[in-house]
Design a protein around this ligand. Structure first.
Ligand code: PHE
Ligand code: NA
Length: 458
């Protein structure tokens, strides 16, 4: 496994290209697809937002995904050290390694709310299997959710389940458990989502949902929406958080970075769109508010589970899958922080994992109490809750700027000879990629960022 003391991945590699795609998909597919994408799409008016999001994935997210993978493949070390290594080999400044460090910090901040939302899914798995959705209407499901949020102690328990789980896996090294979990659970999630889409199509307002998601109404689009779509395209592909560099370090020789990156981005996008198609027909059929915010998933689908045949099993199973999807993402998020912490402090992997987990537990209280509506968790000076602040700081600032730095670095400061070789010498793909990371992505990110910065409430 990764030797953090030496800071080198050594000769170990994923057992196959397939395993790399699975592990990266495990990291990419998570709450971002099933929980976050539908609710931000709802908040930002649907179709036009989806279109911008898809453009961001294809023209910015995908090239940056390739950039990160090639840095990892070259360096075969932790994110910061891989960046330093490829910079040095290209005759550029090793100080670029700071991109790896700030990425890990963003990952840690994301993780502090990620474990809490995953905790909701843990609670909902229990609700589902124990039949608590059965026969409930929209209002009663809303009360169930409200009751959960109002109980910080239960939320702390379920969040701790997540924290303990990912810490356990990471402190042991990630290979065996992760590969096995991902290769069995991800296909199942896919099947269940498809079943739900069919169910939603038959029983819900499917036409209205398709209209909402795919008929763009540009009057609803603001620069803030565009920034949110951009930030989310990084979030959903696990970019700018050191993860792809980390996982790319184990790439087998000869693997096509372009091909695997396309596969990962496609799978991630399909899951996100399926989640939308499962959720919005139910939202519209039950008169729920599409812009309801972070509670959307937890308000909508349980209504379907409550009235469908075998809903108790399907509902429990569905939220269990959400937990697994969040778990494999959570592992990748904490891994990058733990490895960096080992490097900086020189502590062992287990001790580092314990310290990071304890800090994480304390940080997650900010999110727990934000949703519980505690006064102290929405301080006057901040003008918003801690959850909103962490969410906005990461998605609107750290991920877009981190992605910008990676694009500029690999586009302008990594030698073209090296990047061409890492892309298996494919000149056409290299040229397309280079155009995106040199010009398109930096220009788009800068414009979107500056246009919306006035709207940022910091
Ligand atoms: N990509 C994950 C998701 O969509 C979240 C994530 C972000 C994971 C950043 C790792 C790094 O849920
Ligand atoms: Na994702």
């Amino acid at each position: 496994s990764f030797d953090a003391k030496v800071g080198r991945a050594g000769t170990e590699q994923w057992s196959s290209r397939m395993v790399y795609v699975l592990a990266m998909t495990g990291s990419a597919v998570g709450l971002g697809n099933i929980w976050r994408f539908p609710y931000i799409m709802g908040e930002h008016g649907g179709g036009a937002f989806v279109l911008v999001y898809l453009l961001c994935i294809g023209l910015i997210g995908l090239p940056v995904l390739m950039s990160e993978a090639l840095v990892g493949k070259f360096g075969r070390r932790s994110p910061a050290k891989s960046v330093a290594a490829i910079a040095q080999a290209s005759g550029s400044n090793r100080g670029w390694s700071v991109v790896g460090t700030t990425g890990s910090i963003a990952g840690f901040l994301i993780l502090s709310f990620y474990v809490v939302i995953a905790g909701w899914a843990v609670a909902y798995t229990w609700f589902g299997f124990s039949g608590q959705f059965t026969g409930k209407d929209a209002e009663q499901i809303g009360e169930l959710f409200g009751g959960l949020l109002a109980s910080p102690s239960s939320l702390m328990v379920v969040s701790l389940v997540m924290i303990a789980g990912i810490t356990f896996v990471v402190s042991r090294g990630i290979r065996a458990g992760l590969e096995a979990a991902v290769s069995k659970m991800m296909p199942l999630l896919f099947v269940l989502l498809s079943v739900l889409v069919v169910y939603a199509a038959v029983t819900g307002e499917f036409g209205q949902a398709v209209q909402f998601m795919f008929a763009p109404d540009f009057s609803k689009l603001t620069w803030t929406s565009v920034l949110v779509a951009l930030g989310h395209s990084f979030f959903t592909l696990s970019l700018a958080s050191g993860i792809v560099i980390m996982y790319g370090a184990y790439l087998p020789e000869g693997t096509s970075i372009a091909r695997t990156s396309v596969q990962i981005a496609l799978l991630d996008t399909v899951v996100a769109l399926l989640a939308g198609l499962a959720i919005f027909p139910i939202v519209f059929a039950n008169g729920l508010e599409p812009g309801a915010g972070p509670g959307l998933l937890f308000h909508s689908l349980p209504i379907a589970f409550g009235s469908m045949p075998m809903g108790q099993i399907v509902g429990g199973l569905f939220f269990l899958m959400v937990v697994v999807a969040a778990f494999t993402s959570g592992i990748s998020l904490i891994e990058s922080t733990v490895v960096r912490f080992c490097e900086i402090t020189g502590l062992s992997r287990i001790n580092s994992a314990m310290i990071v987990a304890t800090t994480l537990g304390l940080m997650s209280l900010l999110t727990v109490y934000s949703f519980a509506g505690a006064d102290w968790a929405s301080p006057e000076w901040l003008g918003m809750s801690y959850f909103d602040a962490i969410d906005q700081l990461t998605e609107k600032v750290m991920l877009p700027l981190g992605g910008l730095a990676i694009a500029v670095f690999t586009g302008w400061f990594v030698s073209r000879e090296i990047s061409l070789k890492l892309l298996n010498g494919n000149a056409l793909i290299h040229a397309l990629w280079l155009f995106c990371v040199q010009f398109l992505a930096p220009a788009a990110i800068v414009v979107v960022f500056l246009q919306s910065v006035g709207v940022l409430r910091f």
